[in-house]
Design a protein around this ligand. Structure first.
Ligand SMILES: [Zn+2]
Length: 224
């Protein structure tokens, strides 16, 4: 064997070794991703443990994911009943295992999981509405034909009937309220967000309860 051939076969061996290392690294990466995806907190039935309650409709799950309860909107920090709504959710889910059911997109634009959550057989999203601690909150892509949404609307109506939580708060009333035909929010007549609505496409409601019964939720800006 000449010197030249020797050195060539030596570099071949180095190449083969390098390719082997790259392959092993790739295999390890794929294996790691698989473990991540079907780790203890991502079982096929989507059961998660709640480790922290962030407000009345958002929690943190073991593993770091945040969950935003689908179809519910609870008071913000500066609004009435914020503490009560947060305490209620804490008592219901903190430290417990929740089973998630998805209805459409699994995550919202902030990367949070978006789902119906069950503790045993209790639909948490519904329990919040039943106690008047949040409003039904529908988007264009919400699964409004699902049985969950039907039962959540019924729960909201029952909270209105009983004047519970948010449904019993005194608010400055308007002679009427408006919404556009295609929107799930309703407004005070003077709201700037409602200015863009052409009047012939307005829906008018005699009271806020009437709009809430239809499954509309209050505008975040004029807070009717
Ligand atoms: Zn408004």
């Amino acid at each position: 064997m000449t010197l030249r051939r020797l050195s060539r076969s030596g570099s071949m061996r180095r190449l083969t070794a390098r390719a082997g290392i790259v392959l092993i690294v790739l295999i390890l990466l794929v294996a790691f991703r698989m473990v991540q995806e079907i780790g203890p907190e991502r079982t096929p039935s989507d059961r998660f443990t709640v480790v922290r309650v962030l407000d009345g409709d958002t929690v943190e799950l073991l593993g770091g994911d945040k969950l935003r309860l689908l179809g519910v909107d609870t008071p913000e920090r500066d609004e009435q009943l914020y503490d009560r709504a947060t305490d209620f959710l804490e008592r219901l889910v903190l430290g417990k295992q929740v089973r998630l059911e998805y209805g459409g997109a699994r995550r919202d634009r902030y990367g949070r999981l978006l789902a119906f959550a069950y503790v045993d057989t209790i639909l948490v999203n519904r329990a919040i509405l039943e106690n008047g601690l949040g409003y039904l909150y529908v988007f264009d892509d919400s699964p409004i034909d699902s049985p969950e949404f039907a039962s959540m609307l019924a729960a909201q109506r029952s909270a209105i009937d009983r004047g519970l939580g948010l449904m019993g708060l005194d608010r400055e009333p308007e002679p009427y309220y408006v919404a556009s035909q295609s929107s799930f929010r309703f407004h005070r007549p003077g709201c700037r967000s409602a200015d863009n609505y052409s009047p012939e496409r307005w829906r008018r409601f005699g009271s806020r309860e009437e709009a809430l019964r239809e499954g509309l939720s209050p505008c975040r800006s004029c807070r009717p």
